[in-house]
Design a binder for this molecule. Structure first.
Ligand SMILES: [Zn+2]
Length: 225
């Protein structure tokens, strides 16, 4: 039996990856990290998405990123649409994907799971260096050396545009779950519409020529968070 573990943030891409995994593996589990993100709506979305998909969902806590602060997702900073002096967005959380995927691998190891799935993408993306294929390739090697394992990190969206990802989500029947996914960096529902994450999501749906189910299908949840 082929088992996979999906790193589920509650966002659009990881939700799509979850449905991709369901189409590829016999058993799929999901893992979400409570890393001190300012917006707990992400955790609620991940739980709801896993529930709709009918798969098990595990939440692991890591409080280090909040203690480190220094970015708009874990500290009280305004989300900026312009890049920092180092050409990275102020929503970049240094080390986040490296740690998430390493912890996911440690979890998978205990469960005898060898396939990890993550929604990272370097085509239409937020400019985070830990979303790029070379980072993932290096991390997979480090994990397998360090754990004496044969893990495979699947990145089905790596080379897709946002519009292509949306068409894939539609084909995989992920839209009911996508209606509950969360993208907005300002943690808002309905989404703020002007942060970089909202803009990227909106651009993707426009290019795909499909209405976003978050805006067209969903009613009422969660009004407060
Ligand atoms: Zn937004």
């Amino acid at each position: 039996m082929k088992k996979a573990l999906v790193v589920l943030s509650g966002g659009q891409d990881s939700t799509t990856c979850l449905y991709w995994a369901l189409s590829q593996f016999d058993e799929v589990q999901s893992i979400t990290f409570d890393y001190g993100q300012r917006h707990k709506i992400e955790l609620k979305s991940a739980k709801k998405v896993a529930e709709i998909a009918g798969i098990s969902h595990h939440v692991l806590s890591i409080d280090t990123f909040q203690k480190l602060g220094g970015n708009a997702l874990t500290a009280e900073q305004e989300v900026k649409n312009e890049l920092n002096d180092n050409n990275l967005p102020n929503t970049f959380v240094p080390g986040r994907n490296l740690i998430f995927i390493t912890f996911a691998a440690a979890f998978a190891y205990q469960q005898q799971i060898q396939d990890l799935v993550t929604g990272v993408c370097q085509t239409d993306y937020s400019g985070y260096p830990d979303c790029r294929q070379n980072t993932i390739t290096a991390l997979e090697l480090a994990i397998n050396l360090g754990m004496e394992s044969q893990m495979k990190i699947h990145t089905p969206l790596m080379w897709m545009t946002k519009a292509e990802t949306i068409l894939l989500a539609e084909k995989l029947g992920a839209f009911d779950a996508l209606a509950w996914s969360h993208t907005c960096y300002n943690g808002q529902y309905p989404p703020c519409g002007h942060c970089p994450a909202c803009e990227l999501r909106e651009k993707g749906f426009q290019e795909a020529g499909i209405p976003d189910p978050l805006l067209s299908q969903r009613a009422g949840f969660p009004q407060k968070h």
